[in-house]
Design a binder for this molecule. Structure first.
Ligand code: FES
Ligand SMILES: [Fe+2]
Length: 332
């Protein structure tokens, strides 16, 4: 397991409800730990356990769900939803020893994702203001697996509006209009937040071209959010999108990204994720090409290590905050 107390005691996405609707048993790696994530089709209860049978170390994620229990694929030891072994098929008359248990982890469902914590949760699952706002509908876009970068570089990229005209020319920016409006960023009890940052956007999703604002938050080291306000439409609606990027840290330089969107430009969420996915995927692949090649791979928290300008104020606040938190994974 990766020994970073900040991340061990934090919530991380491990699966989407959509994935668990089609496959009831999944294997997921989180912070160097192999997990089995499973959903009981009868109750919809979701469990996140260490992917290890206590008997001979077989992978439970190869097992089967039987009557609300998970059965090991090797000798059929059967674990109930509390992680206790309730049946040893070779000795049906014997009560399984109390030590015959799997290691279970805290799990919660929010925003269409299953979140797990390997330690003792120090915070709640990150907030998502638009998700709970009346008039907004939301959906998960992802996963984006096999990213050869650590979370802090990916999150810093997400918090950076100055790259839009160059990395996302034509969609999120125009190299002939690269200026950012003036803004401040600060550290608050809830993480990092910025003022609304004014940028020119040729093709904002759900809105018209023109000046839009991004207001950024880093709610957790590996979960960032922005609110985007777009110019008013002819029907009088001021389109607003909220979006989260949250990263699953599997191992060093192996991450999965999940985007969660919420918008007031739609009446219902039906098909929202499918509609957003091609655009988010196109934008993300442009970011991935840059971020996977950034060196050093570990985000330098020493502000002397790279050059910083006014336009980097969100990144400066993010690096300073990570240092205050004492994060060690993915940073130097
Ligand atoms: S290894 Fe799981 S039952 Fe034997
Ligand atoms: Fe980007």
């Amino acid at each position: 397991m990766i020994e970073d107390p900040v991340l061990l005691n934090d919530w991380h996405p491990v699966a989407s409800l959509e994935q668990l609707a089609t496959t009831s048993v999944l294997r997921v790696r989180l912070l160097g730990e192999d997990l089995v994530v499973w959903r009981d089709p009868q109750t919809d209860h979701i469990q996140v356990w260490q992917d290890l049978c206590i008997h001979r170390g077989a992978k439970l994620s190869r097992g089967k769900i039987i009557n609300g229990c998970l059965q090991c694929p090797y000798h059929g030891w059967t674990y109930n939803s509390d992680g206790a072994c309730v049946r040893i098929p070779a000795h049906p008359e014997q009560t399984p020893p109390t030590k015959a248990r799997v290691k279970t982890y805290a799990a919660k469902v929010r925003y269409g994702l299953v979140w797990a914590c390997l330690g003792t949760p120090a915070n709640d699952i990150p907030p998502f203001p638009e998700w709970d706002t009346p008039g907004f509908v939301g959906a998960v876009c992802g996963p984006f697996p096999h990213i050869k970068a650590n979370g802090p570089r990916l999150i810093e990229n997400y918090l950076d509006a100055a790259h839009f005209p160059f990395v996302h020319e034509g969609m999120l920016g125009d190299p002939n209009k690269p200026e950012l409006g003036d803004f401040e960023a600060r550290i608050t009890p809830n993480g990092v937040e910025s003022d609304p940052i004014l940028v020119y956007q040729p093709d904002p999703f759900g809105g018209l071209s023109g000046k839009v604002t991004y207001t950024y938050h880093a709610f957790r080291p590996l979960t960032a959010h922005f609110t985007k306000h777009m110019p008013m439409r002819s029907d009088g609606l001021s389109p607003q999108n909220g979006m989260i990027l949250t990263i699953t840290p599997h191992d060093e330089l192996d991450s999965t990204g999940w985007f969660i969107v919420a918008t007031n430009t739609r009446k219902d969420a039906h098909g929202l994720g499918v509609e957003y996915l091609p655009r988010i995927a196109a934008i993300f692949e442009e970011d991935r090409a840059i971020v996977e090649e950034q060196r050093p791979e570990l985000l330098p928290l020493d502000l002397q290590a790279e050059l910083h300008l006014k336009s980097d104020r969100v990144a400066i606040a993010y690096r300073t905050w990570l240092r205050q938190l004492g994060l060690s994974f993915g940073v130097a």
